[in-house]
Design a protein around this ligand. Structure first.
Ligand SMILES: O=C(O)C(=O)C[C@H](O)[C@@H](O)CO
Length: 270
């Protein structure tokens, strides 16, 4: 029999321990493993904006499994069928984008639970998650080790953020600065005063529920500010932006006349 996989990230959030993470969107197991070996607390495998699909995420989960970092998989949507598939391949922490209402959150929780508490289809005999039914008690215990993170990143989501956080089965609320800025009328400008104020308000609102808040900030000062005001899981960089910046910077040292692509992270205000 295989050991029941424990979700250390879920336990850290529940215990109020901050978790510093890295965003991975290069969509391949080799670079995912390079990122995992850096030993961030968590590693976001992005199947929303990264060119990922189920088999690719599976290969990345396998590539990072032996490292200490915890894989968080962001789905493109909160469709129940997708949640079923990603849980079956062994993702234990899911992040779902663009959650706006209590009902959205309740339906997402149900999608992660087997009947009678939810609607997750039973396929554990074929699933890596149960180590193909080698993990004893998987069906009855799986929910204990599933961590469900939802993204609040629109005006409507902001209005409902505290109620969403309070939904039983939601472990954390991630604030998406780019989409939130767009929703508030400041497309591409996450540093706008209205966006920053909205983020501060929603972080405080989530804190009052006892649930974890999360965000990403590729600017060090901004990331430290969020950690300083108690945001619990913060992504402080991404494989893609680090690669672009390093490559363009190196090229500029030796071929200085070409225009350096604008520092998008500053422009986007991360
Ligand atoms: O709205 C956001 O910001 C996010 O959800 C994060 C971005 O989607 C991610 O791609 C970082 O650029």
């Amino acid at each position: 029999m295989s050991q029941f996989p424990k979700n250390s990230f879920k336990k850290a959030l529940a215990a109020g321990r901050q978790q510093v993470g890295l965003w991975a969107a290069l969509a391949n197991p080799y670079t995912a493993e390079i990122c995992a070996a850096a030993n961030f607390d968590w590693l976001l495998l992005d199947a929303e904006h990264g060119p990922n699909d189920l088999p690719l995420i599976l290969s990345q989960l396998q590539a990072v499994a032996s490292y200490g970092t915890h894989a968080v998989v962001r789905l493109p949507t909160g469709e129940a069928d997708l949640i079923k598939q990603y849980l079956d391949i062994g993702a234990t922490t899911l992040m779902i984008p663009m959650v706006e209402t209590i009902v959205d959150a309740e339906n997402l929780v149900k999608a992660t639970r087997y009947p009678p508490l939810g609607i997750r289809g039973v396929g554990s005999a074929l699933a890596r998650a149960s180590r193909w039914n080698r993990v004893s008690g998987y069906l009855s215990r799986s929910a204990d080790e599933i961590c469900l993170l939802v993204q609040v990143e629109s005006r409507r989501g902001l209005e409902n953020a505290q109620a969403i956080a309070r939904v039983d089965g939601i472990d954390g609320v991630f604030i998406g600065p780019s989409d939130l800025a767009a929703s508030l009328g400041h497309l591409g400008n996450t540093g706008h005063a209205e966006v920053e104020h909205a983020i501060d308000l929603v972080v405080s609102a989530i804190a009052k529920t006892g649930k974890a808040s999360g965000i990403l900030a590729f600017d060090e000062a901004r990331a430290r500010r969020y950690l300083g005001c108690g945001v619990q899981f913060v992504a402080v960089g991404s494989d893609v932006s680090l690669l672009v910046r390093a490559i363009d910077g190196l090229r500029a040292k030796f071929i200085p006349n070409l225009p350096l692509s604008a520092d998008r992270s500053a422009e986007a205000g991360y």
